[in-house]
Design a protein around this ligand. Structure first.
Ligand code: GLV
Ligand code: MG
Length: 355
């Protein structure tokens, strides 16, 4: 059937969590060496997969900073009647397309569907070792992760596969959000948690038909007895979900990645959403259009001024510690030993991107 071209890109920066991932799965080291952007292509788009591989590579060339994760989708961008052909396309692409040094992933179908076991078995049995990761949708609890791990392990063992497949887990159902800590810790294959905001909104019955945008219902009208004219402030309806994902991911050494923002025609809105994610600790954000890639890259790379300030904090604290002090004032503000950790994370990230 006809499919409109749709792909989803994620941008990621990941110093420490990539090291953790490297230790876990052994294969993520290359991401550490050249950090991240994930490109989602529907598995039905056989002709577009090589182009996607190439267009993602453009992102790498211009930025020199991203490990690129190509994600071929077998789940929600593929209609039910096209699952088999999409899977065949993906297997063929894994064997034939030159993905360069990129990390290559497949978003398999969820455990709720019989397409899932066939995705796992056929890809591992037929597509060689080029698939690095499975992105797993609709994860509900730790047992879901165990089931996927167990199935993957059996097929890997049967095939004598050398490189273990890593997992990116999409938190997008209420059960998954409830059981997020157990999910994050459920497998050594885990590498990242992703906020599937579209399915999450559906699952919570949020009053929206947007994907990942703000909501005019979600605001505060200032008190009618206040001194000034009343104001209406928009809030972020996704704050709780994002913060919960960041905490669960970081606590387990995984990368938290924010989900899609559907309004392609609103780059300012997209950028503001990226910035809120970055402020909370998100490693990156999906994009559903090439125009969103540069915006995410910009936001998720620490800026020059930010890095400079972080280096000043480190310097101030180095001098402080030489004098036996744990805290000093810098520009009239307190900095202490926790400031070293904050600043260090920013400097390390910038260095990894520049490397
Ligand atoms: C992604 O899968 C989403 O539901 O937003
Ligand atoms: Mg989804």
């Amino acid at each position: 059937g006809p499919h409109s071209f749709k792909f989803e890109v994620q941008n990621m920066r990941s110093p420490q969590s990539l090291v953790n991932c490297a230790q876990r799965t052994g294969h993520f080291k290359k991401c550490w060496e050249c950090p991240g952007c994930e490109l989602y292509v529907p598995g039905t788009q056989a002709k577009i997969i090589p182009k996607a591989a190439k267009s993602a590579a453009d992102v790498v060339d211009t930025r020199r900073t991203h490990s690129v994760l190509d994600v071929m989708d077998l789940e929600d961008s593929v209609a039910v009647g096209e699952k088999e052909i999409a899977r065949k396309n993906v297997i063929q692409a894994l064997k034939e397309v030159d993905f360069g040094k990129k990390t290559v992933a497949v978003r398999i179908n969820g455990l709720y569907s019989h397409h899932m076991y066939r995705d796992v078995v056929d890809i591992i049995e037929q597509a060689g070792e080029r698939c690095d990761m499975f992105v797993i949708p609709m994860v509900g609890n730790g047992k879901d992760v165990y089931m996927a791990d167990s199935l993957v392990s059996q097929v890997e063992e049967f095939m004598g596969r050398k490189k273990k497949i890593g997992f990116g887990l999409i938190i997008e159902a209420t059960m998954g959000m409830m059981n997020i800590h157990e999910i994050a810790a459920a497998s050594k294959r885990n590498e990242s948690l992703h906020f599937g905001v579209a399915d999450y909104a559906a699952s919570t019955k949020s009053r929206t038909t947007n994907i990942g945008g703000p909501n005019k219902l979600y605001g505060v009208l200032t008190d009618k007895d206040g001194d000034k004219a009343r104001d209406f402030f928009w809030g972020d309806p996704w704050h709780y979900a994002m913060a919960r994902i960041v905490v669960a991911a970081r606590a387990n050494g995984l990368r938290p990645v924010d989900g899609p923002f559907g309004d392609i025609a609103d780059p300012d809105g997209y950028k503001a959403q990226c910035e809120r994610g970055a402020a909370l600790g998100m490693e990156g954000k999906w994009a559903i259009h090439p125009s969103q890639v540069a915006l995410a890259n910009e936001v998720f790379s620490p800026g020059e001024a930010e890095v400079k300030q972080a280096r000043r904090v480190l310097e101030a604290m180095e001098n402080a510690q030489k004098e036996g002090l744990g805290a000093v004032s810098l520009d009239g503000k307190l900095v202490d030993i926790a400031s070293i950790k904050q600043a260090d994370a920013i400097v390390k990230k910038a260095e990894a991107i520049a490397a």
